[in-house]
Design a protein around this ligand. Structure first.
Ligand SMILES: [Zn+2]
Ligand SMILES: [Zn+2]
Ligand SMILES: [Zn+2]
Length: 371
């Protein structure tokens, strides 16, 4: 995502900001305008930089638990923001490590929801969805301390009919890294989990109800009617039958067409968000290539609506450069993946699906000027 300026002093801040480090104004994110609003000088009304006031209040999860920095319209029936109203179960906060883990989870979730809002995808919680007769999106955030201590986590992170369950074990860096190594994955993050699981939700929300779309999806990812449990069983067995070719974004994507779709959906969100960030900072690349020619890459387009080819053409060289920057700091690669033509074709299916599924005009793009 692009950087966000403090509406009071114009300092650029991260999306998680609650108090501007420069002017000390209290900040809150307004998902209706995709910009921050502020409270300063004892004011109780949220304002933007232009002096416009908004009839908004802080999200209940900000007031009660201090884990959210979004605002919600004071007239809305719920006192939970656009991101928090999808929570069905929150973890037992009396467990000592839980509040911090939950905060990390919420922060990753808000980034994922931000991209969904920017893409204009349908986004209903279960209450809103019931009225429309569609599948809503809900989250269960669960923690089983005893099982974690015994090394036998029984809560499985996954998706079922719009319900995403996330085991809080994933918010513990050491545990997540251990699982990443055991699974042989190049990348495992909370944000990645959200983007993958919400991919399953959008398969059920946008593909499943439409016979033609199901056929189109099958033509790209394979027939999802093959036995899912059996496929996963084979995938995790000592003799997996599928090989990771460059037609799949990850080894896990080979397990079943549903997983291939969810993994590809996650990568679409990864790429769009990385390019929106690069574009938001006006970063560009001008690197010598094999010959004398220079390769110039600019994100001078809107990644949320751009053609897949434009996304891939920018992402490949930019991610190579950003991987080099990360390696300069001894960090893992930012994007440890190769975008083959076969993967770009799958991403293109996802992009067209998103385009078709778009129900809202994108949230208002506010131009940021650095101070
Ligand atoms: Zn400020
Ligand atoms: Zn919230
Ligand atoms: Zn999955």
């Amino acid at each position: 995502m692009r950087p966000f300026a403090c509406p009071n002093c114009r300092r650029l801040n991260h999306f998680e900001v609650r108090v501007c480090p420069s002017c000390k104004a209290t900040l809150g994110y307004d998902p209706n305008t995709d910009a921050f609003r502020f409270l300063a000088d004892g004011a109780t009304v949220w304002r933007d930089g232009g002096g416009d006031v908004a009839d908004m209040v802080v999200c209940y999860n900000n007031n009660a638990y201090r884990i959210c920095n979004w605002l919600v319209g004071s007239h809305e029936a719920t006192k939970l923001c656009r991101a928090c109203r999808h929570n069905r179960t929150i973890p037992d906060l009396t467990e000592p490590t839980v509040p911090q883990r939950w905060a990390r989870i919420e922060s990753a979730k808000r980034r994922m929801i931000h991209t969904l809002l920017k893409l204009g995808l349908p986004l209903e919680n279960r209450t809103e969805a019931a009225g429309l007769g569609v599948q809503g999106l809900a989250f269960d955030f669960l923690y089983d301390a005893a099982a974690e201590k015994a090394g036998t986590p029984r809560i499985v992170t996954g998706h079922d009919s719009g319900l995403i369950t996330l085991n809080l074990i994933e918010a513990d860096d050491a545990q997540r890294e251990r699982i990443r190594n055991a699974m042989g994955e190049p990348y495992r993050t909370l944000l990645g989990h959200f983007r993958h699981e919400v991919g399953h939700h959008y398969w059920s929300r946008l593909v499943e109800p439409d016979p033609e779309e199901r056929e189109a999806c099958r033509a790209v990812f394979g027939d999802e009617r093959i036995d899912y449990q059996q496929s996963l069983h084979t995938h995790y067995s000592d003799a997996p039958t599928r090989v990771w070719t460059d037609a799949y974004v990850s080894y896990y994507a080979t397990a079943h067409p549903w997983e291939d779709f969810a993994e590809t959906f996650a990568h679409y969100l990864h790429i769009v968000d990385v390019l929106a960030t690069v574009g938001g900072f006006d970063l560009s690349l001008d690197a010598p290539t094999n010959g004398a020619a220079h390769l110039e890459v600019d994100v001078n387009f809107d990644p949320y609506t751009a053609e897949t080819r434009a996304l891939a053409d920018a992402m490949a060289p930019l991610s190579f450069a950003m991987n080099a920057v990360n390696r300069a700091m001894g960090q893992p690669d930012l994007y440890p993946f190769h975008l083959s033509d076969a993967i770009v074709a799958k991403l293109d299916y996802v992009r067209k699906l998103v385009d078709k599924g778009r129900v809202r005009t994108q949230i208002h793009q506010v131009h940021v000027e650095a101070a």
